[in-house]
Design a protein around this ligand. Structure first.
Ligand code: HEC
Length: 190
């Protein structure tokens, strides 16, 4: 019995090794290693001639958040629709709220536990142009990484639009609401 257990343990150990993992032991090139396959011996291949990046098919302003003068766009350059705002809400809740809070007010579990540089409230920067928020998401900001690979440019603009709605919602008093909305809110609050 003891021998059997030992044998089982040995198999389990070996099982964790490269020899049994086809993904690890398969032939492949590592990014900076020399390649024996390509004549120029470079493993990282350049894009094929004529290859178009997904973002290149968009108008430059939509893809970069900058106008022809290189400055951040003042306004979201895609049509503002309810669908865009709803998309922005789901994308914000999934990608940003964990750090910046669901109201973008900087109140989140991560912020409470990140001692050195907690994610700030995004309500305090309402004066920044829309294109700036787009750039922060596209390029990263300080210790915050870029979200370009997680969010399409459309999603990033949707988040900017929703962020504007959040900023508005957090800087208004109930008296400023349209009468219908005010009545509804008062009813819900009771
Ligand atoms: C993992 C946590 C985290 C997530 C997720 C995150 N951020 Fe940030 N964000 C930060 C931190 C930390 C900073 C401050 C970075 C610094 O100053 O170095 C920051 C800074 C910013 C700033 C600049 C704020 C200012 O006033 O200077 C903006 C705008 C911003 N984030 C927007 C977003 C948006 C939009 C998303 C979602 C796509 C997002 N962030 C997701 C952590 C996060």
């Amino acid at each position: 019995m003891r021998r059997l257990l030992l044998a089982a343990a040995a198999v389990a150990l070996l099982g964790g090794c490269e020899v049994f993992d086809p993904m690890i032991s398969q032939q492949k090139v590592k990014a900076y290693r020399e390649s024996e396959f390509w004549p120029d011996r470079i493993s990282q291949r350049p894009p094929q001639p004529g290859a178009v990046s997904r973002e290149d098919v968009l108008a430059p302003e939509i893809a970069t958040g900058r106008g022809p003068d290189g400055k951040a766009l003042a306004r979201v350059p895609v049509p503002l629709t309810r669908a865009l705002l709803e998309r922005g809400r789901t994308r914000f809740d999934v990608n940003c709220a964990v750090c910046h809070g669901y109201l973008a007010d900087g109140v989140s579990l991560v912020a409470r536990n990140m001692a050195l540089r907690p994610p700030p409230s995004l309500l305090a920067r309402a004066q920044m142009p829309d294109g700036w928020y787009f750039q922060v998401m596209s390029e990263g900001f300080g210790v915050m990484p870029s979200y370009a690979s997680a969010l399409t440019p459309e999603d990033r603009w949707a988040i900017v639009a929703y962020l504007r709605a959040l900023q508005l919602s957090q800087s208004r008093t109930i008296g400023e609401l349209a009468p219908d909305d005010r009545a509804r809110l008062e009813k819900e609050g009771r």
